[in-house]
Design a protein around this ligand. Structure first.
Ligand code: SR1
Ligand code: MG
Length: 400
């Protein structure tokens, strides 16, 4: 079948011919449920048995902007291959891929409709006690085992080739590491905070740090990243975490994925200006979010060091002092990328519902200013960071 965007009827017809999923001849129902920036997502279900699957189809353009922004369909291959690698490392933390159809840029995967998107869950004020352990383990295993520390270094180079993802990386390079620092037409500057945004545009000390972080994003092929690990890329329920949507996967600096998780927890932290009913519940929920960041880092660091000590493949990596130096670099990068990923969500092209759905304009403005304050401080501090507590102090100071 040559590529074209599927209709709901075609999605049903496609699902019907997949082996071993549905009962022959039974009624199937399709709903297009994609609410992300880039793809079509069909939920196909069989009412008579309750069975269901997801068909995710890449569009040849960025849906968030329209057909004027063409985008490679190869991202569907990258996403399905990344999911399969992640499943081999953390089978309980990603959806199972049933099939990948290159001609249609279509991935058939496990339906996770009993979970909700974590961003929505946080906006609703839910708490997820398993999350820090799950995501810390996801980060430790996916980053360690795809790096030169945990896999054969020649095979890794082959894998780097398969995950060259220039168009999706270009989106990140522009939307995260360029546009927010200049008066770019790609930005969506909230009028109420124009003064603060203009300070970001004028702050050359900040720009130097962003240029260094950008250089690392461009050149440091450290591990296979998810590449877009925000809370909209996580399906969750109290007893389960599933990481989805790795279409931005490429070989980059580990701190970029860790920073994505922290940034999105901190954007929700800033947005508590509007979501919490009163000061007591605000500080309580914020403590839950900062505790989640602390526990995520602690789990990640412990698991990563254990994998290194027990399964490291590199003799030189056992050199005394090297592991401590390495972990400090990853932490520092995580500070910088947390900050960069916060700033881009305040006045860049693609923003977040945590802040933008606030109806009280004064609360929204406070949340935006807090997010900018935390983000810019983390970027400026990144190369001095020594402990996760410093990240939490920066966040807490911004709301005192
Ligand atoms: C044009 S795509 C905009 C954003 O959506 C994705 O989720 C990435 O974060 C990207 O930067
Ligand atoms: Mg996505």
């Amino acid at each position: 079948m040559t590529y074209h965007a599927l209709t709901e009827a075609e999605a049903i017809a496609y699902a019907r011919q997949l082996p071993d999923l549905f009962t022959e001849g039974s009624e199937l129902v399709s709903r297009e449920i994609g609410d992300g920036n880039l793809n079509l997502v069909f939920h196909i279900s069989e009412p008579s048995t309750g069975k269901s699957i997801i068909l995710k189809q890449a569009l040849p353009y960025a849906k968030v902007v329209g057909e004027s922004w063409p985008l490679t369909l190869d991202r569907a291959r990258i996403e399905s291959e990344a999911l399969m690698i992640q499943e081999s490392l953390c089978p309980d933390l990603v959806p199972h891929v049933h099939a990948y159809e290159p001609e249609l840029a279509l991935t058939v995967m496990e339906d996770l409709s009993d979970h909700i998107i974590m961003r929505r869950g946080l906006i609703e004020g839910n708490r997820y006690p398993r999350f820090a352990g799950d995501i810390g383990r996801f980060l430790a295993h996916t980053l360690f085992y795809t790096s030169d520390l945990g896999m054969n270094q020649q095979e890794k180079k082959e894998r780097v080739k398969r995950f060259i993802n220039p168009e999706l990386c270009k989106i990140t390079e522009d939307l995260i590491f360029d546009d927010p620092y200049t008066n770019s037409p790609n930005n969506n500057v909230p009028p109420a905070i124009r003064d603060a945004v203009e300070q970001v545009w004028a702050d050359t000390a900040l720009h130097l740090e962003v240029a260094i972080l950008r250089d690392k994003f461009l050149t440091h092929a450290q591990a296979l990243l998810h590449g877009d690990l925000h809370t909209g890329s996580i399906f969750i329920k109290p007893d389960s975490t599933k990481v989805i949507d790795p279409e931005f996967a490429y070989y980059g600096p580990m701190g970029f994925d860790i920073g994505a998780v922290f940034a999105n927890l901190l954007l929700n932290f800033a947005a508590q200006e509007g979501w919490s009913r009163d000061e007591a519940s605000r500080s309580d929920y914020r403590a839950y979010l900062t505790g989640t960041i602390r526990d995520t880092w602690t789990t990640f660091e412990q698991e990563f060091r254990t994998l290194w000590n027990d399964h490291g493949v590199d003799r030189m990596a056992a050199t005394p002092g090297y592991q401590d130096w390495y972990m400090q670099q990853v932490l520092r990068d995580a500070f910088g990328y947390t900050g960069s990923k916060m700033v881009r969500r305040v006045h860049g092209l693609a923003q977040v519902a945590d802040i933008n759905k606030l109806e009280d304009e004064a609360a929204k403005e406070r949340a935006q200013r807090i997010a900018l304050q935390i983000g810019t401080s983390l970027i400026k501090f990144n190369r001095q960071a020594d402990s996760i507590e410093q990240l939490l102090d920066i966040a807490e100071k911004a709301v005192q």
